[in-house]
Design a binder for this molecule. Structure first.
Ligand code: CA
Length: 264
């Protein structure tokens, strides 16, 4: 079956922070978010450099895993070079997480990847399946059996990431590859979403909406709950091609037009 991708993204500074240090690139076959770390404007620079490293892959007919690994390496190198040249941005860093569409012959797959604690989820009708595993202190405590997953969101060290571009010596991404299927929805987000909303609240904000509307609704819901951090989301739908003909493409540069997922 031919699948058609439709996606939307949204980002917001939130209600507390003065700057938006998140960045986003949503341009099939790559969808990426980054959450900058560092004082003043440095985090903003790092996250922007991270997503810019993926820009050469935007709208390419096909990417492979090596392209993603290379883009992450390029992002890391670019952040280090910038930090070395501009002391105001020394020690800046960023998470980077996302999804790429990859092909094995005729079979479309998702490649999810992450460095840090921005996340990729598969959205099921009644629950979220977290695909990526955070590189964070609280995840290490959970893995060691020393912290219950439901207590992670309120743990005092919940914001400490253990792998980040610009900071870690070797910030290789972890990758997960799984087959795409019609009707599937993926969510990519920074922690400004997941620390503000429970899974059921995220599901409620997603329900019944097209990908572009769902992205806007998720950010609005995070703001309604306090908006204490920058919040960035990408929602990607894999639709059976026949279902998309009636869907108007919105004139919004954050909204991806429906495109055939099949490489030409
Ligand atoms: Ca954040």
């Amino acid at each position: 079956m031919t699948l058609t991708l439709q996606w939307g993204s949204a980002t917001n500074t939130g209600l507390v922070r003065s700057q938006n240090q998140d960045a986003v690139l949503a341009a099939a076959p790559v969808f990426v978010v980054a959450d900058g770390l560092g004082g003043h404007a440095a985090g903003e620079v790092a996250s922007r450099l991270a997503v810019e490293a993926f820009a050469p892959l935007a709208y390419r007919s096909e990417v492979i895993r090596a392209d993603i690994v290379q883009a992450v390496a390029d992002a890391h190198a670019g952040i280090l070079a910038h930090a070395a040249a501009d002391p105001a941005t020394a020690h800046m860093g960023t998470t980077v997480s996302g999804v790429a569409v990859v092909w094995f012959g005729e079979s479309m797959h998702w490649l999810a990847f992450n460095v840090g604690d921005s996340r990729v989820y598969r959205v099921e009708s009644d629950h979220l399946v977290q695909v990526t595993v955070d590189h964070s202190e609280v995840q290490q405590l959970i893995d060691a059996g020393d912290l219950a997953a439901e207590d992670a969101a309120t743990h005092p060290r919940r914001n400490v990431v253990t792998r980040a571009l610009g900071i870690s010596r070797d910030p290789t991404p972890d990758c997960w590859v799984f087959p795409a299927s019609a009707g599937e929805r993926l969510l990519i987000c920074t922690d400004g979403l997941t620390k503000e909303l429970r899974d059921d609240e995220i599901l409620a904000a997603l329900a019944g909406a097209t990908a572009p509307a769902a992205a806007e609704q998720l950010v609005a819901a995070a703001l309604d709950h306090g908006g204490r951090d920058n919040v960035t989301v990408v929602v990607v739908d894999a639709l059976p091609t026949s279902e998309t003909s009636h869907q108007a493409s919105e004139a919004d540069d954050r909204t991806g037009p429906p495109v055939s997922a099949r490489p030409s």
